[in-house]
Design a protein around this ligand. Structure first.
Ligand code: CUA
Length: 329
């Protein structure tokens, strides 16, 4: 091959590599990492992307060069020269892809294994998913329950996920990993936060009418703040007005995922607004919680609200919720 051809092909290859590298770097394809797991996923992503940019440049160089150089001339009806392959090149284009694909497989397998390892003493959180809310329970903190996921900076957390009704999927974009919550089995996910801040837990599996509203707040705090939060949550509810336990249950059971209630600061539209429900009486409110299909508000479909609250909440908790919802203002 003439020297000029090689230089031209090289120039095309480098130009293609620069163009795709700019597309890869200038567009923020991934959210800013907030966990060790996401750091590893980001590394894997760039490892594969750099290899792909190299392959793209080689292929683009050969194609563009060939199309320009070997194009048929006008009125040239002759056959091309008979070519019977080239053993050297064939070995090369078999061995190089084999090595690259194997390297990507090894890196991915190592990252997958490390991202599933929570170490010997993780913070444990039980995650309950149901249409259309997330609830979190901390077994190491006396079974503390929360409607908000609070995580500790630099501490591995092992989430154990369960679903009450249909398949949901847990995802905090900045933390990288996703995990399905499947009825009947317990699945796991590890998060090791690397920066503090407020994030959003998103349900990423279509699970019904309220799927798009199935979100929860996640907060990463320092160790001291975490301990303060735990103490605050464990203080006996009640007092302070505003319905104490009932207000807390309204948040932790996820009612606000579907219902608007002014005093709770929610404005979801999946189910009817609860602002005036007190006027229908305590019996109606109780029935609507434990047997929501018995008397469905006009304009709404039966079968949307979960029928599991009669089991997942204790009698005492239901009393507190009914009281909270029937209290004025
Ligand atoms: Cu739960 Cu989508």
């Amino acid at each position: 091959m003439r020297r000029g051809s090689i230089v031209r092909m090289l120039a095309i290859g480098i130009a293609s590599a620069i163009v795709v590298a700019l597309v890869a770097v200038l567009i923020p394809w991934l959210p800013d990492s907030a966990s060790e797991e996401m750091d590893r996923i980001t590394f894997t992503y760039w490892f594969a992307t750099v290899i792909c940019i190299g392959i793209f440049a080689v292929v683009a160089a050969v194609i563009v060069y060939s199309v320009r150089t070997f194009r048929v001339q006008p009125d040239d009806d002759s056959d091309g020269p008979p070519i019977h392959g080239h053993t050297g090149i064939e070995i090369l284009w078999t061995v190089i892809p084999f090595v690259l694909v194997t390297a990507i497989a090894i890196v991915s397998a190592v990252v997958l294994a490390e991202n599933g390892d929570a170490g010997s003493n993780p913070l444990r959180v039980n995650v309950f998913a149901q249409q259309f809310a997330w609830r979190f329970e901390y077994p190491q903190q006396n079974g503390l329950r929360s409607g908000e996921l609070v995580l500790q900076l630099d501490r591995s957390t092992k989430l154990e996920l369960q679903a009450a009704d249909v398949i949901h999927s847990f995802w905090i974009p900045q933390m990288g990993q996703k995990q399905d919550a499947v009825p009947g089995i317990t699945t796991e996910l590890v998060i090791t936060p690397t920066r503090t801040g407020t994030f959003t837990v998103i349900c990423t599996e279509l699970c019904g009418l309220g799927h798009a509203t199935m979100r929860a707040r996640a907060r990463v705090v320092t160790k001291g703040e975490f301990q303060r939060w735990v103490r605050q949550q464990q203080r006996p509810a009640g007092g302070g007005g505003g319905g104490g336990e009932g207000a807390q249950l309204f948040a932790s059971a996820g009612c606000g995922g579907c219902h608007a209630l002014q005093k709770a600061g929610t404005d979801a539209q999946v189910g009817p607004s609860l602002d005036d429900i007190g006027s229908k009486g305590a019996d109606f409110v109780r029935e609507s919680i434990v047997d929501p299909n018995a008397d469905v508000t006009q304009g709404y479909q039966p079968g949307v609200m979960p029928t599991t609250f009669g089991e997942s909440l204790s009698n005492q908790e239901i009393d507190a919720l009914v009281q909270y919802l029937t209290q004025g203002g």
